[in-house]
Design a protein around this ligand. Structure first.
Ligand code: SAM
Length: 251
């Protein structure tokens, strides 16, 4: 393929060839996997736990359900869903990155969970599951990292059961100027330093800040989900829109 026909995308603020992004994202998560949980608590002052709690409250999960925790990483949501679906249900923790999956699997096993959890290494753009399979799919802080988000959303729509729901928890656009300014200062001045200090890796946390700014805002993501065939799409701003939970159904 000639240079001018190669499709490009963003890796943070950098424009890169679409086929390079996956590898660059992989390096970030191989690098942060071991320190991922501790960094999450530090960077968000623990608030990520409340965002995840809200996601669980919106999940409608019941005993016996099949749940896909996509880009599930170290498995925070999987742990909760595993308890909710019980012995008759199943939770699939899927992630493209084997370092993140390994940290997740070890953590969940240490919590005594596992009999109803399956671990699958998979790309969100091409999910290796049958059509109409899951009652619920969650993707928390994952979609931002995916190269072709439309393809991923279509893949999720395909594997959802009719009546099933998709929850996308992701950084979004703060609603007030003052929050926006504070958040910018924190993301670009404090986060990379914290990353350097705790995880010896400032670049990955610079990518985090940049990738958040490049991610579609609330209305754009809502539209993308509708284009992928999801219905009754709505979103809930959390922490003034620093994070938003989008919910859509397949009918
Ligand atoms: C910020 S972590 C989120 C982990 C977890 N969901 C949470 O909320 O703590 C993002 C995860 O997305 C995964 N990821 C990135 N691109 C992906 C893709 N194309 N398909 C599946 N997972 C992907 C990464 O490997 C990483 O584990």
């Amino acid at each position: 393929m000639s240079e001018q026909h190669k499709s490009t995308t963003h890796f943070g603020y950098q424009t890169v060839n679409a086929d390079e992004k996956e590898q660059m994202v992989a390096s970030v998560f191989h690098s942060v996997a071991a320190k991922y949980d501790v960094m999450n608590d530090l960077m968000s002052f623990g608030i990520h736990r409340l965002w995840k709690r809200f996601t669980i409250d919106c999940s409608g999960v019941r005993p016996g359900h099949k749940v896909l925790d996509l880009a599930g990483g170290t498995g925070d949501l999987t742990a909760k869903f595993s308890r909710m679906v019980g012995d008759q249900g199943q939770v699939v923790l899927a992630d493209i990155n084997d370092s993140m999956l390994k940290v997740g699997r070890d953590k969940l096993r240490n919590k005594g969970l596992g009999s109803n959890i399956a671990y699958v290494q998979a790309n969100a753009e091409a999910l290796p599951f049958p059509d109409n399979h899951f009652d619920l799919i969650t993707i928390a802080f994952g979609l931002r990292n995916v190269t072709n988000k439309d393809k991923a959303l279509a893949s999720m729509q395909r594997v959802l059961k009719p009546g099933g729901r998709l929850l996308v928890l992701e950084f979004s656009k703060p609603q007030h100027e003052i929050m926006s300014k504070l958040y910018d200062f924190y993301s670009f001045n404090v986060l990379p330093k914290m990353g350097a200090l705790v995880a010896q890796d400032s670049e990955s946390y610079q990518y985090l800040a940049e990738s958040i700014r490049m991610h579609p805002d609330q209305e754009t993501l809502k539209h993308m989900m509708e284009e992928a065939g999801l219905e009754q799409v709505e979103y809930f701003n959390l922490t003034d829109g620093v994070v938003a939970l989008h919910r859509g159904f397949k009918f």
